[in-house]
Design a protein around this ligand. Structure first.
Ligand code: PMP
Length: 340
């Protein structure tokens, strides 16, 4: 296929990239699925398309209809871009802690933005709950209706990964994949890829890479949802078992501090030219940990979730890093992404 029929046809079929330093260091083949090459520059384009297609198939979304979602940004960008060719509008509820770049991109993609204070899920004013109520209200007033994408508990999200990301990884490795590891926002990627790979080979090891501040490492190792610490990564760090996570195959779990993940993001840019966001650092750190568990000679796949320019004002800003007591690489100190 040399000519793609519009934006929707450019989502997915991303390359699998051998991560040189991580592979050499561990004696394993560590491969990153280049989801930052999707048209919206993140893995969430797949979920956005899956959710929209599912709603259209069910007849809940008609032309002119509104898609409402609570999102850390990437899902909203995916929804807004995919909505355009179908003639839908998007209303995005976003916590005010998310990067300015993501908010700017959302507006550029035509989304109406509703910024809310970042409060825990237990609070009725949490962005996810606000988006659900807003969708209900708009469904009553919008002439062509409104739906709540509900990425956390709408399993059309993980189905997109069962149908596309997982099978792509299987085909690209010709079935020679020993382990898969990634972090969780909604759990769609983790559970969907895990399920797709396990269905093809039950001995594949599926491992969670959890940032500090999330509760899933504790859940999968002790059965208790408990969290400690915090992370500057965005889009990941879950405190509950979402519908997308239910029945996810989990063989192992790792807890990855920012001090381990963030330097990997810098290394990947400096030495391999891969410009990625913080969650990709957590994932690559998880892949290195899984490689150490399995020993040399194994093939391990992880997700390179989104493009790094989305975080220039934070992750690639020396002043911000210093404020979080994170080390600043010498090259970034010499040429900061934003003026000091
Ligand atoms: N990384 C980034 C940057 C994200 O935005 C997200 C989605 N929130 C994820 C990882 C996690 O993906 P998922 O929702 O499929 O768990």
């Amino acid at each position: 296929m040399t000519i793609r029929n519009g934006l929707v046809d450019t989502i997915g079929h991303t390359p699998l990239i051998r991560l040189k330093r991580a592979s050499e260091e561990t004696g394993c083949e560590i491969l990153g699925k280049a989801e930052f090459l999707n048209p919206g520059q993140s893995v969430k384009d797949r979920a956005a398309l899956g959710i929209i297609r599912d709603a259209m198939a069910r007849g809940t979304l008609e032309p002119g209809g509104v898609i409402v979602e609570g999102t850390a940004g990437n899902t909203g960008i995916g929804l807004a871009l995919v909505a355009a060719p179908f003639g839908f509008r998007t209303v995005i509820v976003i916590p005010d802690t998310q990067s300015q770049e993501k908010k700017d991109m959302l507006r550029l993609a035509g989304a109406t933005l509703v910024e809310v204070p970042a409060v825990p899920y237990s609070n009725p004013n949490n962005y996810v709950k606000v988006s659900g109520r807003l969708a209900e209200a708009l469904a009553r007033t919008e002439p062509h209706g409104a739906i709540w994408a509900n990425q956390f508990d709408n399993v059309a999200n993980r189905q997109a990964h069962i149908d596309t990301t997982g099978p792509e990884i299987w085909d690209q490795t010709a079935g020679k994949v020993d382990g898969f590891v990634c972090s969780v926002g909604t759990g769609g990627t983790f559970a969907g890829v895990g399920m797709a790979l396990k269905a093809r080979n039950p001995t594949v090891k599926i491992a969670l890479a959890d940032p500090m501040g999330a509760a899933l490492y504790s859940y999968y190792t002790t059965g208790e949802l408990k969290s400690e610490g915090s992370s500057i990564t965005e889009g990941i760090g879950q405190g509950r078992i979402t519908a997308n996570l239910e029945d996810a195959p989990v063989d192992m779990a790792f807890q990855i501090p920012d001090s381990e993940a963030i330097p990997l993001v810098f290394d990947l840019l400096e030495h391999e030219g891969l410009c990625l966001g913080g969650s990709s650092g957590v994932n690559v750190a998880g892949a290195i940990r899984l490689a150490r568990e399995l020993g040399p000679g194994h093939t391990i796949v992880t997700i390179l979730c989104d493009f790094g320019t989305r975080y220039q004002s934070k992750l690639f800003n020396p002043a911000f890093l210093r404020s979080k007591a994170l080390p600043v690489p010498a090259w970034l100190e010499r040429s900061p992404a934003v003026p000091n």
